[in-house]
Design a protein around this ligand. Structure first.
Ligand code: HEM
Ligand SMILES: *[C@@H]1O[C@H](CO)[C@@H](O)[C@H](O)[C@H]1NC(C)=O
Ligand SMILES: *[C@@H]1O[C@H](CO)[C@@H](O)[C@H](O)[C@H]1NC(C)=O
Ligand SMILES: *[C@@H]1O[C@H](CO)[C@@H](O)[C@H](O)[C@H]1NC(C)=O
Length: 339
């Protein structure tokens, strides 16, 4: 498993109020329509999937996630990122949780693995669910629920999660090539999203997940040094980042949304608009007519409710990528090994 991060977000202030209740209700109402449409042929995800077989499932997940995030607020980012990596690589089938075996390097040990976290917490939640309802709730559904709860616990939106995913039986390092590239350009990002049925709006909206968490120095160091300096990065910000990120300093981290990295809000877009997005992929959002316009609008601070709604919609789309249902796959009893 990835080494613990050298710094945490615990020093971050919570800067923005939660979405007011009426707006939250709107999100839920609009989501009902999207969820109905998101289940394609053969994919029958359903919000009430465990209502008979494990009615306490969502409460168990939420309670456990809440306790953990209260203790370590920066775990919310880890959970959101796990679900993203799960869904983009071979569909939302919990393949990201499988351990390598002799002769097979799993996704979590692949190159872009860089620092995935939260595996212990997911295992703990799974153990609780196995006690309450043995062999019933899939690890892929647990990831989808924990990502939703992590966002809500960080003062972001909440949304109903359609359930019924089954767990895959394979995980291969090579499939991580399906993740959008960190370096390249906006077109490569758009292509990687399009390959998963996601569009430019989903790209700019889901990139808003970088309102939470942090990146390790190697993820952005190449933007800081003269040989490869990135003109898209604000020069004064470069000076500040260099103090925390010397070449070879692989354990140090910087917040993706400095000053607000445990609060789910629109301040990430303000940084991107001011050429202070930490990653190249954040900066690329300014290179395309639609994504740039979205960044500038969200950065104004007058569209937080829109962003919250959009995020819930795009998360529901992402959460239905390549899911296994019916008698496909299995319900793992331990998330890190196949049955
Ligand atoms: C658009 C393409 C994307 C790229 C190239 C990208 C790349 C990255 C990289 C390089 C990191 C830092 C890893 C490290 O150095 O430790 C990171 C962190 C993170 N990413 Fe993304 N990401 C993308 C999209 C997304 C999406 C769609 C989500 C979720 C919906 C997401 C959620 C996160 C979160 C929450 C973190 C912080 C993790 C932590 O604090 O442990 N990212 N991402
Ligand atoms: C979850 O927490 C709530 C509030 O603390 C409690 O009332 C409820 O019984 C808990 N549910 C489960 C399933 O643990
Ligand atoms: C990520 O994958 C690379 C290549 O497989 C491996 O050398 C490295 O140890 C992994 N990093 C982490 C943090 O697990
Ligand atoms: C980074 O962290 C690892 C594991 O905690 C440690 O072994 C290593 O010495 C650290 N490297 C640096 C450059 O601090």
């Amino acid at each position: 498993m990835a080494a613990a991060a050298a710094t945490t977000c615990s020093s971050c202030r919570r800067t923005r109020p939660a979405l007011p209740a009426p707006a939250a209700a709107l999100v839920v109402a609009l989501l009902a329509a999207v969820l109905g449409a998101s289940a394609g042929a053969g994919q029958q995800l359903d919000v009430g999937y465990y209502s008979k077989t494990c009615p306490a499932a969502e409460d168990i997940v939420r309670n456990e996630t809440a306790a953990a995030v209260r203790e370590s607020p920066d775990l919310a980012a880890a959970l959101l990122r796990l679900h993203y990596h799960d869904c983009f690589v071979q569909g939302c089938d919990a393949s990201v949780l499988l351990d390598s075996t002799p002769g097979n390097t799993a996704e979590k040990d692949a190159m872009p693995n860089g620092s995935l976290r939260g595996f212990d917490l997911v295992a703990r939640v799974k153990d609780h669910l196995e006690t309450a309802c043995p062999a019933t709730v899939s690890c892929a559904d647990i990831l989808a629920l924990m990502a939703r709860d992590a966002v809500a616990l960080s003062k972001g939106p909440s949304w109903p999660v359609a359930l019924g995913r089954r767990d895959g039986r394979t995980s291969a390092a090579a499939t991580c090539a399906q993740l959008p590239p960190l370096r390249g350009d906006i077109n490569l990002l758009l292509q990687a999203f399009a390959a998963k049925g996601l569009d430019a709006r989903d790209l700019v909206v889901l990139s808003g997940a970088h309102t939470l968490g942090k990146a390790h120095c190697p993820s952005y160091a190449d933007r800081l040094y003269p040989s490869s300096a990135d003109p898209a990065l604000d020069a004064r910000y470069v000076d500040r980042l260099r103090m925390r990120c010397n070449a070879g300093d692989s354990n140090s981290t910087s917040e993706l949304d400095p000053g607000s990295c445990v609060t789910f809000d629109t301040s990430y877009y303000r940084h991107v608009a001011r050429r202070r997005g930490l990653l190249r992929s954040d900066a690329y959002l300014m290179d395309h007519r639609f994504t740039r316009a979205y960044v500038l609008q969200a950065a104004s601070g007058r569209y937080d409710g829109h962003f919250f709604h959009d995020f819930a919609v795009s998360m529901a789309k992402m959460a239905s990528i390549g899911v296994l249902t019916g008698d496909q796959g299995e319900i793992r009893t331990k998330c890190n090994v196949v049955n």
